[in-house]
Design a protein around this ligand. Structure first.
Ligand code: SF4
Ligand code: SF4
Length: 366
């Protein structure tokens, strides 16, 4: 198929899916990535899928899985350092922390908080404003980690001393493992749609182990409606035939070995943390990157001696259970009432890849 959003193809793929699922018991499939959740909901596909196909939304939204204490640490640093500029991707600015404060709130109080699209823009900013001290909050899965690695490499190469990086990048396979090992059998996915962008960097190898260990087929998908439908058909067939394989349904972009240059750069600049705490999934060993000692002058954790203190979540917020695949936004009493994108009470309502915000944007109601 070369037209990834043709309605004719969508129709025929939906028919195919329907036929494959006829007379079958419930089939559960998890889409790991927030981008896929967003597309499933935005395209209206969720409401067109056969009743016996249950989609379980996964923890693949980097903003959602980041505990607020890291944002709180940046806010505390802003208070104690008048020269500090905190830079981050847009969604991070609205994550609520202690007392509902956020980086956006700090900016409206006159603190220097800047949104960046391309982290390498910070090189120029730091050079142009030598009197300032820049702190970049680097988040994301393997997708955005190479851009941060490149930034660190350049800071080092250009000997820029007023730009520090707080590395908060997380990795996909440990999160898949936690979800698969902890979900109740009646919720556990029988197949997984793997993240497209992440895989462009990592390649397919990392999924083989998970597929074998958890006896599930995994299909890497693109982001168009027909990409997702094609992956669903592939997975359903595979589940029916009890074939636990890794499939690439994103062949127009994805090479099975991934991006070797990016992988090399990641190895050079980062190492694995012993352990990292994820919102919803808890403490997971070897699940996040830290800056390698070779670049320790650039490492904000070293430079600012960052200490984290726990930030309690809103008592009724169900983000944790949603990220674990246990619940949907409709199970949260605050959804679309007290919690909306204009007044988010939890991270899943902030990010465009968050499940609550995807549901809200499409007017899905209880
Ligand atoms: S960056 Fe891309 S692959 Fe990663 S979670 Fe977001 S949409 Fe999915
Ligand atoms: S609707 Fe808001 S409060 Fe409820 S789970 Fe989602 S983000 Fe949390």
């Amino acid at each position: 198929m070369d037209n990834f959003s043709s309605p004719k193809d969508t129709h025929s793929l939906l028919n195919q899916l329907q036929m494959e699922l006829e007379n079958e018991n419930e089939v559960r499939i998890m889409e790991f990535c927030g981008g896929h959740t967003h597309q499933l909901v935005k395209s209206g596909l969720m409401s067109l899928l056969p009743d016996n196909l249950k989609m379980i939304h996964g923890p693949g939204c980097p903003v959602c899985v980041l505990p607020s204490e890291h944002i709180q640490a940046a806010l505390d640093l802003l208070k104690s350092n008048s020269k500090l500029v905190v830079a981050c991707f847009g969604d991070l600015m609205r994550i609520p922390t202690l007392g509902g404060d956020s980086l956006l709130g700090a900016r409206s109080r006159g603190e220097d908080v800047r949104m960046v699209y391309d982290p390498t823009d910070l090189l120029k900013m730091a050079k142009n404003e030598p009197e300032k001290l820049f702190l970049f909050l680097a988040i994301g899965f393997e997708t955005t980690a190479p851009a941060t690695a490149r930034l660190i490499y350049r800071i080092d190469e250009q000997q820029i001393s007023n730009l520090k990086v707080y590395c908060l990048h997380v990795t996909t396979p440990p999160a898949i493992a936690v979800v698969m090992e902890n979900l109740r059998p009646e919720r556990r996915p029988m197949g997984l749609i793997g993240p497209g962008h992440v895989s462009l960097v990592t390649g397919l190898d990392l999924y083989h182990q998970a597929s074998e260990k958890y006896s599930v087929p995994i299909c890497i998908s693109g982001f168009e409606t027909n990409d997702l439908l094609t992956s669903l058909v592939t997975l359903v067939k595979s589940i029916k035939n009890k074939k636990n394989k890794v499939y690439n349904e994103y062949t127009r972009a994805l090479k099975s070995e991934g991006n070797l240059e990016a992988q090399k750069l990641l190895k050079k600049v980062f190492e694995f943390r012993k352990s990292f705490y994820w919102r919803g999934l808890g403490e997971i060993s070897q699940s996040a990157y830290k800056i390698s000692p070779r670049y320790k002058e650039i490492d904000a954790e070293e430079f600012f001696k960052i200490k984290l203190s726990k930030v309690p979540e809103h008592k009724l917020c169900q983000c944790g259970s949603i990220l674990r695949g246990e619940k949907s936004p409709l199970d949260c009493k605050l959804y679309a009432k007290a919690c909306t994108p204009a007044n988010p009470l939890g991270a899943c309502m902030v990010s465009s890849e968050g499940t609550c915000s995807a549901y809200y944007a499409q007017g899905i109601s209880v």
